[in-house]
Design a binder for this molecule. Structure first.
Ligand code: CTP
Length: 221
């Protein structure tokens, strides 16, 4: 496809989709992530000439052609696959919706119901993005994602700083045309000294505009 190969030679890692945290052999905890934003970014990077690895939770999507796809199930799987590959990457996009908590115990057998109420003990998963921020290699560009239902800009700016990111892509679930499942998104691109809302675009267009912003800021276009 004819498009500018302005990411030629770049090694890009994208994570996408939800994680699944098993409770027992039948049940798991997950979220509404469709994977579309991450898959769109992986495809856009590939079309622009990058060498792309996509680490993806379970989605209904077909991975784009001409990329390396690494399927994972849980936050722990994603942590292992991402941290094993991150050091050699020029750019990392952490679009996956990683579970913040997982069950303390995974039951070997199906949990049977009883007449009383039930609860599940949860513990924190390892924060992959935080690890990446702490182990950033020279020149590596790290981009996180942030989905909020309130105080989107303020919370996202906090994450940018706290996790040592170069950029965070924020979207509000409250915004029409943004969020889970749909083909469009309304995101705000945030860096330390820059903030821009991209407006309602398809997730594919959003991916291209995000890449344009990064290259413009690095003076590479
Ligand atoms: N993330 C991650 N590993 C986790 C959890 C999240 O890499 N265990 C990444 C996501 O891929 C995303 C970003 O962190 O890029 C989201 O930031 P996070 O602080 O986890 O957002 P929330 O969970 O929404 O924050 P909070 O619970 O503070 O609202």
């Amino acid at each position: 496809i004819a498009c500018k190969k302005d990411l030629r030679g770049k090694k890009v890692l994208v994570t996408a989709g939800p994680t699944q945290e098993a409770i027992d052999p039948v049940r798991y905890i997950t979220n509404h992530s469709s994977g579309k934003m991450g898959y769109s970014l992986a495809k856009a990077c590939m079309l622009r000439g990058a060498d792309v690895t996509l680490v993806t939770g379970k989605t209904a999507l077909t991975p784009p052609p001409f990329i390396t796809t690494v399927p994972v199930i849980s936050a722990k799987d994603m942590y292992e696959e991402v941290t094993a590959r991150s050091a050699g990457m020029d750019m990392i996009f952490k679009a996956a919706a990683v579970a913040d908590y997982r069950p303390v115990h995974i039951a070997d057998e199906k949990i049977k119901k009883s007449d009383s109420s039930a609860s599940i003990d949860l513990k924190r998963t390892d924060d992959i993005l935080k690890y990446l921020g702490e182990h950033k290699t020279p020149g590596q560009f790290l981009c996180g994602f942030s989905m909020e239902t309130e105080n989107m800009l303020e919370n996202s700016r906090k994450k940018l700083k706290k996790k040592n990111l170069d950029m965070i892509i924020a979207n509000s679930l409250k915004m029409e045309g943004a969020g889970f499942g749909g083909n469009t998104n309304v995101v705000t691109v945030i860096t330390e000294d820059f903030e821009k809302e991209l407006g309602k675009l398809t997730k594919e267009e959003t991916a291209d505009r995000i890449l344009d912003q990064i290259l413009a800021q690095r003076g590479e276009v």
